[in-house]
Design a protein around this ligand. Structure first.
Ligand code: TYD
Length: 126
């Protein structure tokens, strides 16, 4: 399967909670890039593309949003509403991010540097 929801271990005590993300450990690739999306307007749909050779993990570190993933065989909508959940998306998966809460910070860990040529913008080219 080229997409999958991951549950990260929470180190919690009376002070609060901590989650650690490590490349090639609980993140199944070396992390080359991190970016985050925030202040997203509620009626906005982001993404609308797939990647040829990137792996990414999406984590709502604050607030919530929904992610539609579609690999042409399986299509699913995940709600990311907890920092302990990460959605792993591999190659050739169409993704759309929507229903962002006003406090949503969607953090993305990527397996490679930004490369415009890695994007597939036509669903028909998946
Ligand atoms: P865009 O691809 O539209 O974001 P999304 O698919 O998540 O909705 O990216 C918005 C802008 O940010 C666009 O001009 C490209 C730029 N960008 C970078 O420079 N580096 C990056 O790592 C990313 C993800 C985007």
């Amino acid at each position: 399967m080229n997409f999958k929801l991951l549950d990260f271990q929470i180190f919690g005590d009376e002070r609060g909670s901590l989650i650690s993300l490590e490349g090639n450990k609980n993140i199944p690739f070396e992390i080359k890039r991190v970016y985050y999306i925030y202040d997203t307007k509620n009626d906005v749909v982001r993404g609308k593309h797939a990647h040829k050779n990137f792996q990414q993990i999406l984590i709502a570190v604050s607030g919530s949003c929904k992610i539609l993933v579609d690999n042409k065989k399986d299509k699913k909508i995940y709600e990311l509403d907890n920092p302990s959940k990460g959605l792993l998306i591999k190659n050739n998966v169409w993704r759309e991010m929507f229903d962002f809460s006003s406090d949503c910070v969607l953090m993305v860990l990527a397996s490679d540097n930004y490369d415009k040529d890695d994007y597939i913008y036509e669903y028909g080219e998946l």
